[in-house]
Write a protein that binds this ligand. Structure first.
Ligand code: NAP
Ligand code: GLV
Length: 313
């Protein structure tokens, strides 16, 4: 069995050695320009067109991330980047859900306990106790109830938060109110104080964090965007922060990454940014999932994490 590896920045040796340990019979190699030798599987992130194009023998392509929007965009712009009919699989949870839970909990607790306001008071040497927020007035709405959104929802419930999710299909999650579909979006937003975005970036979700959405939330809402920069209309957020409709935003992802040096988010007093690290790929767990999936395909079983190309996630 031949397996190709390509990633623009990951340490190829670590991945090739790790996969070799898991699949001792396999011949695993890093793809380099000009390599069109046989391959049964490919593990890739942002593969150049020549990496996979025309490979009719491939049995599976493993994306080395959870969100496949960038890879699907490559295919859209350069058809054939992903050979037709070959299943594309993404990383599902495998250590990312825990990281998302930690990030989301850190931010929600920070806002719930009014740390953003106390931080400001401190800078003005003000000793000023504020009334505590009540959970019932501080509803957290999670957009996307997939591998990551559901994990975050469950963790917030454990901490006593009132949690609701919004997804395409209806969900049953203990102690969580599930909304689904475009027709229930307004109901989901009304009464929500904190939005955590964990949607995939698709033509249906691009730009969804916009003025219309902000205006339906409770006053002094908080926006936590952990999914993709393409979801957010940045100018609308700046306006909503200015008007007070949005009290604060925590952003891990941006339309342009790295965030341009002159971008207003860098210095905005109520915007907290991190450099797309909310949940990073954990190599050992990712390799476990990929090798397990290869074994599943080889034995005729259904692999995990298949991307529905029509839906775009
Ligand atoms: P997932 O399991 O595919 O879940 C996606 C969720 O979004 C599902 O609940 C889906 O609904 C819902 N959804 C999709 N399109 C929708 C629409 N048009 N309307 C309403 N709901 C919609 O994905 P995941 O593994 O949780 O990951 C989510 C995203 O997180 C990824 O796509 C990626 O962009 C982002 N991410 C970011 C980082 C980071 O470090 N910042 C790390 C990893 C992932 P159904 O359940 O009904 O299908
Ligand atoms: C990171 O953003 C990922 O999609 O894995």
């Amino acid at each position: 069995m031949n397996i190709l590896f390509y990633h623009p920045s990951f340490d190829a040796n670590e991945w090739i050695e790790g996969m070799q340990t898991r699949l001792p019979q396999a011949n695993i190699r890093q793809w380099v320009k000009g390599d069109n030798q046989k391959a049964d599987y490919a593990m890739v992130w942002l593969p150049p067109y020549e990496c996979l194009a025309g490979r009719k023998d491939l049995k599976g392509i493993f994306a080395l991330g959870a969100g496949v929007d960038a890879i699907l965009k490559q295919e859209h712009e350069n058809p054939g980047t992903l050979p037709a009919g070959v299943p594309l699989m993404r990383l599902e949870d495998i250590g990312m859900a825990l990281q998302m839970e930690e990030y989301a909990m850190a931010k929600v607790l920070y806002y719930f306990r009014r740390m953003d306001e106390y931080r400001q008071f401190q800078s003005q040497r003000q000793w000023k106790p504020l009334p505590a927020n009540r959970h019932e007035d501080f509803v957290v709405g999670i957009m996307g109830a997939g591998a990551l959104g559901q994990a975050v929802a469950k963790r917030l419930v454990e901490f006593g938060f009132h949690v609701r999710t919004w997804s395409r299909s209806e969900k049953q999650i203990d102690k969580v109110i599930s909304y689904h579909g475009q027709e229930q979006l307004s109901d989901f937003l009304q009464g929500t104080r904190v939005i955590i975005n964990l949607l995939p970036s698709t033509p249906q979700t691009v730009g969804i964090l916009n003025q219309s959405l902000f205006s339906q939330l409770q006053q002094k809402a908080y926006i936590i965007n952990l999914a993709r920069g393409s979801h957010l209309i940045e100018q609308d957020l700046l306006v909503a922060l200015e008007s007070g409709q949005v009290a604060g935003a925590s952003l891990d992802v941006f339309a342009s990454e790295p965030l341009p040096q002159m971008h207003p988010f860098w210095t905005h007093p109520r915007v907290a940014i991190t450099p797309h690290i909310a949940a990073i790929t954990v190599p050992q767990e990712a390799m476990d999932m990929i090798s397990d999936n290869i074994k599943r395909i080889e034995s005729g079983q259904q692999p995990f994490g298949i991307v529905d190309m029509g839906r775009g996630y």
